[in-house]
Design a protein around this ligand. Structure first.
Ligand SMILES: Cc1cc2nc3c(=O)[nH]c(=O)nc-3n(C[C@H](O)[C@H](O)[C@H](O)COP(=O)(O)OP(=O)(O)OC[C@H]3O[C@@H](n4cnc5c(N)ncnc54)[C@H](O)[C@@H]3O)c2cc1C
Ligand code: SF4
Ligand code: SF4
Length: 402
């Protein structure tokens, strides 16, 4: 495994330091960046052979199949059961790829992601788990080129995978496998540490955090304890207004639609959620054979009122964090009801995608209105339209109008 040092990043406006600005030609950001003028229909066509259709593809992007899924033997240290890192380890073990580009924890801070080029399948165990923050994953492409590798796998979050797909044709690769995870509400590792400090008097003892689909945050501790905190009891009001950077409040691809396979949890109802997008994604999932247990994803509840409430709170917060207006005594009751009557399974995933689309529009409209006509793709407007969020004249490119 290699964790090289990179050049300093070039200064940019909206940027999650995906690594492109640290490469030999930092001007490639102009073509590669999701935060400038993304072309989702064009890249969906190039990667999957077609742009997204209607129905659930409106929300989740092009797919061949969706599954509720878990590893038959959950992997130690994984964020969920370890499907993501197992897919990549399998590609290395079968020599389908020579290296996997991904993140491992930094030596000095387990919550800080650090780019790593992994060539030994057993080292994929070191990448397991979620870190909060960004690190220049794609700068590893030059490292891989220097090694002469032409068959690669990349594991990344959506803003990294968008840039990767834009650059793919120029990389001279014989084969590229792309494993994506969904991503939302990321922030700097420094900000994340201040959040942990609000959750526990001994933040250094927290080893795991996840926002689960049952409306609870799960914490795990170094001594083996587990703690569940309902979303409504989180100390959100104590966080600074700019806790989430504008990039992560306004990015436009929650479910990593340009990956060959997306591995998340949102529609998994306690298990994982796997979206197979193309033949390469299907090939990867088949590689796990009966090591992965698959079933049909369920769907229950109705999302509309939850999404409307979220949009109203986001609009009211005027750029800050969307706090729910609710007396303290009511919070435990609503927390108990949410996982029982709120949207679940695919309906939960649709709700989260709609919320994210609305956030993108509201935050950009307030903070960077001039970027809207280039940065907000048609699919975001389509997802937000049922909630009366439609483009104003200056917010949409003339050729994008339907
Ligand atoms: C910031 C963030 C927000 C997320 N939000 C959602 C969400 O809202 N909904 C949802 O369904 N899923 C979300 N995910 C994905 C989810 O947390 C799990 O990573 C995913 O379900 C895979 O679980 P696993 O057990 O298969 O992963 P593992 O087998 O444990 O592998 C995790 C992989 O993710 C990589 N990784 C970890 N942290 C980062 C990082 N900061 N940047 C880039 N790569 C990283 C690791 O290097 C590893 O390859 C998010 C992930 C991140 C990093
Ligand atoms: S996110 Fe990546 S492509 Fe966009 S400006 Fe930053 S380094 Fe460049
Ligand atoms: S929330 Fe969006 S912009 Fe932020 S790291 Fe995740 S994919 Fe990138």
């Amino acid at each position: 495994m290699k964790t090289p040092a990179f050049r300093d990043p070039a200064p940019r406006g909206l940027c999650t330091d995906c690594g492109v600005s640290r490469m030999a030609d930092p001007s490639a950001c102009g073509k590669a960046c999701q935060f400038i003028a993304p072309d989702y229909p064009g890249l969906e066509q190039a990667v999957h052979g077609r742009a997204r259709g209607g129905g659930d593809e409106t929300f989740f992007g092009p797919f061949r199949s969706m599954h509720r899924a878990r590893m038959a033997a959950p992997q130690d240290g994984a964020q969920w059961t370890g499907i993501t890192t197992s897919l990549a380890a399998d590609l290395l073990a079968r020599d389908k790829v020579q290296a996997v580009l991904t993140m491992v924890p930094d030596d000095t801070d387990v919550w800080r992601p650090r780019p790593a080029m992994i060539t030994d399948p057993s080292d994929m165990a070191r990448a397991r788990g979620m870190r909060m923050g960004y690190a220049p994953l794609l700068a590893l492409l030059e490292e891989a080129q220097a090694e002469g590798f032409t068959r690669l796998a990349v594991i990344g979050i959506p803003c990294q995978i968008y840039a990767l797909r834009q650059l793919e044709a120029d990389l001279g690769l014989e084969r590229l496998y792309v494993i994506g995870t969904p991503c939302s509400d990321n922030t700097t590792t420094e900000n994340f540490h201040s959040f942990l400090a609000l959750l526990d008097e001994e933040p250094g003892s927290i080893t795991y955090l996840e926002f689960r689909a049952d409306y609870k945050v799960e914490l795990r501790y170094a001594d083996g304890r587990q703690r569940l905190i309902p979303f409504l009891s989180l100390p959100i009001s104590d966080l600074p207004r700019d806790f989430f950077p504008l990039t992560c409040r306004t990015c436009v691809d929650y479910t990593n639609v340009l990956a060959d396979i997306t591995v998340g949890y949102m529609a998994g109802e306690g298990d994982q959620w796997v979206v197979v997008r193309n033949a390469r994604g299907a090939e990867m999932l088949e590689g796990l054979g009966d090591r992965v247990v698959l079933s049909e994803p369920g769907s229950a509840g109705k999302r509309a009122s939850a999404v409307k409430g979220f949009i109203a709170n986001t609009a009211r917060a005027a750029g800050g964090l969307p706090l729910r207006r609710m007396p303290d005594w009511l919070r435990p009751i609503v927390s108990w009801l949410q996982p029982r009557i709120g949207p679940r399974g695919l309906e939960f995933a649709r709700a989260r995608v709609e919320m994210k689309a609305a956030e993108t529009i509201l935050h950009l409209r307030r903070e960077e209105p001039a970027k809207m006509k280039n940065m907000v793709p048609e699919h975001v407007w389509k997802i937000a339209a049922p909630y009366d969020l439609t483009p104003e004249e200056t917010e949409q490119h003339p050729e994008k109008e339907e």
